[in-house]
Design a protein around this ligand. Structure first.
Ligand code: GLY
Ligand code: MN
Ligand code: MN
Length: 434
């Protein structure tokens, strides 16, 4: 149950959304838009489904990330109509609307069918996982580009309600992080850390916004490492845990790296170095700052760290110029965060023009100038990834003895979720609670 304050903030969020949709729909020449929450997909040839998360634009209105077969009709000047799929079903528990104030903002029609509702006369668009054939059977357009772009842009600036949800998702994720760290230090395997995380954060795996990355030792250097070993390694050098949570649809995306009891003495200072770099970059967050420039500052900082810790013999500038820092950190500084972990509109300007990542940085998901109300992740990393470092083998720029001494530690990533405000950064990831 949301607090009265959160419920009131959600009411204001929905009012503002209704006004913004009306303006966009009118400008784009539509009488309305039908949003589809989506449905879970079956494995091929099977009767079992993959886990499900509702479509972001549907979630922007309706805070139920697990709601399948929901349709939401938005028309300027009319109350939104929520077609809520609630069939009588003895195999499953029939979905129910929560007893929360936001429901009052909608006309609700409970229904047993999954097909879209029929639409009134006029020009309508359908957004969500629908094909053009289904849309045209209703006389509507499926996922028109200009309307989608305009609605994506609405999700870039977070309302007070959305910020509160993101903050709460962070709080819950950190509960999991703390429990997982304790289990790691007590000798747990990756699966033990994951189970401790889920238990403390009170969440099932399928409801996380992404599969937690729980990498012990060298697995920390596999950027999207996807397994959980069931046996603890003989030597515990490090844990890299990238773990999230979801609250009313809104995502947390937090990474911590911990040295283990068997870590090389050089590892903890490296973790500290990346943390300091991350805090420095966070301090620079404010409206008008180019995120690409911050990403470049991350590389300059990584060059300094590599030189300072003796991992490279060349100058920090040379480490950046030759691509060595990119081999140590092949991902971007971060991304927009919201109803999706990698939220929409990170690579388009507010006017819709494309903003591709700079040459040599294809993984950077956010290339915009920062604006108040954006929530971004800040996640510098430094990894030992042999397949990327190998091409520098003949340059003598890398101190292989030191690098190889750290290879079994995988790497370091420190990731926080930060709101950009006119007063500077508001870090939603509560450091003082760690
Ligand atoms: N957890 C995915 C990411 O950090 O982008
Ligand atoms: Mn992230
Ligand atoms: Mn992450």
């Amino acid at each position: 149950m949301p607090t009265p304050d959160l419920a009131a903030a959600q009411g204001r969020h929905l009012d503002a959304l209704a006004r913004a949709y009306a303006k966009i729909l009118t400008a784009e020449g539509y009488d309305g838009v039908l949003l589809y929450s989506g449905h879970a997909h079956r494995h091929f040839g099977d009767d079992q489904t993959a886990s499900f998360a509702a479509f972001g634009h549907f979630l922007h209105w309706v805070p139920m990330a697990g709601l399948e077969h929901g349709w939401l009709l938005i028309r300027p000047g009319a109350r939104p109509t929520l077609y809520f799929h609630a069939p009588a079903d003895f195999w499953h528990l029939t979905p129910r609307l929560p007893e929360e104030a936001w429901v009052e903002a909608f006309e609700v029609e409970l229904r047993s069918e999954t097909a879209p509702p029929s639409l009134p006369a006029g020009r309508f668009a359908i957004l969500g996982e629908v094909d053009a054939e289904l849309a045209s059977s209703l006389g509507a357009e499926a996922n028109p580009e200009a309307l989608t772009r305009a609605l994506n842009e609405l999700r870039v600036h977070k309302s007070d309600y959305e910020v509160a949800c993101l903050r709460e998702a962070n709080r819950r994720a950190l509960t999991g992080h703390r429990a997982a760290r304790e289990v790691f230090l007590a000798g747990g395997a990756e699966l033990d850390c994951q189970l401790a995380y889920l238990g403390a954060a009170r969440v099932r795996e399928s409801e996380l916004p992404y599969q937690n990355i729980v990498g012990l030792n060298a697995h920390g250097g596999v950027l999207h490492y996807q397994h959980y070993t069931i046996d603890a390694p003989a030597r515990r050098r490090s844990l890299l845990l990238d773990g999230g949570h979801r609250y009313r649809g809104y995502c947390a995306d937090i990474t911590r790296t911990w040295p283990g009891p068997d870590a090389d003495p050089a590892f903890a200072p490296l973790v500290e170095g990346v943390t300091t770099l991350q805090q420095r970059l966070i301090a620079a967050l404010r409206p008008g700052v180019s995120y690409v420039e911050l990403h470049e500052r991350m590389h300059a900082g990584l060059g300094e760290l590599l030189a300072e810790h003796g991992l490279v013999r060349c100058s920090p500038g040379a480490a950046v110029a030759t691509g060595i820092t990119r081999a140590f950190c092949p991902h971007g500084l971060g991304h927009l965060l919201g109803l999706q972990v990698h939220d929409v509109a990170g690579r388009v300007a507010a006017d819709g023009s494309p903003l591709p990542p700079p040459a040599g940085h294809p993984a950077l998901r956010l290339t915009r100038e920062l604006e108040a109300g954006m929530v971004v992740t800040m996640e510098p990393g430094l990894y030992i990834i042999p397949m990327l470092l190998e091409r520098f083998r003949d340059t003598h720029d890398i101190d292989w003895h030191r690098v190889e001494g750290l290879a079994d530690h995988g790497g370091v990533r420190i990731e926080d979720n930060v709101l950009v405000t006119v007063h500077g950064p508001d870090n939603l990831t509560l450091h003082d609670a760690e």
